[in-house]
Design a protein around this ligand. Structure first.
Ligand code: UDP
Length: 315
């Protein structure tokens, strides 16, 4: 198939490109490289089934030739990034979603939207099933991401109804793995980076807030399975194993054999207290659930960070 992946140079995008290339597809990778890195796509550079287009999908998109799929992953995704890039975040998830949907409709392609567990905001229901409408502060600092992803889901659903576009929506919960940017600002990358550098691990709040972490290879498998499943309503992709942030800090300290201390910093505004996916739907429709144990995934991630570290330390 001929597949356009937006946000292809990002953390999840580049892993998805690896998988699609390994399955023999033709991949058009699009990214404006504001949070993605071209290096992530380097292995495919000389392949004939691969093209890279440097483009911001918030502007009109032109792709020559036919397309079988448009997979829309482009968006800043770390709270630190979308706080620094609030307007770009709003635009890519609204205008960018509109442009990519229009492109898919024009090409007769199928469409997958990467949405997020952030549509549930600071949830009041645990675990979160897809039927939960969420608890989002529209004007808080995270609103730029949460609300624009909610809009993107609404727009994708409208294209499905009005234009009979064959759409999928996935809600991605916290994900980690190799190629997280060292300075991405998210918890796993921060803690590994700090532990390897011998700096204090910065736990925000008292560390009792929870997240559920899935390894990127598991998520990519869930994305590919969703593409193969004829279901238009949102599907949660996440790990139903809940951990506190303090537990994550201690585990990363142990796995890196770091002597760094753990320090406590103020909790960011609107930081969700708990996040835990109900993945019944993914299990039933896709036969999917995360396979990688947290310790194993973290070891892989730490090894990757260690390999990057000489470069990072030299900067
Ligand atoms: N967090 C932390 N220290 C850090 C970075 C993040 O304690 O250096 C916390 C953050 O406050 C949140 C959790 O870890 O409660 C996950 O944060 P992340 O930015 O990875 O993603 P989120 O799930 O909030 O979108």
């Amino acid at each position: 198939m001929r597949i356009l992946v937006t946000g292809a140079a990002g953390f999840i995008g580049s892993h998805l490109v690896d998988r699609l290339m390994s399955e023999g597809h033709y991949v058009i990778a699009m990214d404006n490289l504001i949070t993605g890195k071209y290096d992530n796509l380097e292995p495919h550079r000389s392949e004939t089934r691969f093209e890279f287009i440097h483009h911001n999908v918030s502007n009109y998109i032109h792709v020559p030739g036919h397309l079988d799929w448009v997979v829309h992953l482009a968006s800043p995704a770390s709270p630190v990034d979308y706080l620094e890039l609030p307007i770009q975040t709003l635009k890519v998830n609204s205008l960018g979603t509109h442009n990519t949907l229009g492109l898919a409709a024009n090409k007769g392609a199928k469409y997958l939207l990467a949405s997020t567990s952030e549509v549930y905001g600071d949830p009041e229901v645990h675990p979160q099933p897809e039927t939960y409408w969420g608890n989002v502060n529209p004007i808080g600092p995270r609103g730029v991401y949460d609300e624009s992803k909610r809009f993107a889901e609404a727009l994708t659903t409208a294209y499905n109804h009005m234009h009979k576009l064959d759409t999928r929506i996935i809600r991605i919960f916290n994900c980690y793995g190799p190629r997280l940017r060292l300075n991405d600002g998210r918890v796993v990358s921060n803690f590994i980076y700090q532990a390897l550098k011998g700096e204090a691990l910065t736990v925000y709040g008292d560390g009792s807030q929870t997240r559920s972490f899935q390894y990127v290879a598991d998520l990519v498998d869930g994305i590919v399975r969703t593409m193969g499943c004829d279901h238009h309503l949102p599907i949660n992709l996440g790990n139903p194993q809940e951990k506190t942030v303090l537990e994550i800090a201690k585990l990363i300290k142990e796995l890196t054999r770091s002597r760094s201390e753990i320090v406590f910093k103020p909790l960011p505004i609107d930081d969700p207290r708990r996040r835990l996916p109900d993945i019944t739907k993914a299990r039933e429709l896709l036969g999917w659930e995360p396979k990688t144990q947290l310790v194993d995934g973290l070891k892989e991630t730490i090894a990757w960070f260690e390999a990057q570290f000489p470069k990072a330390a030299a900067r």
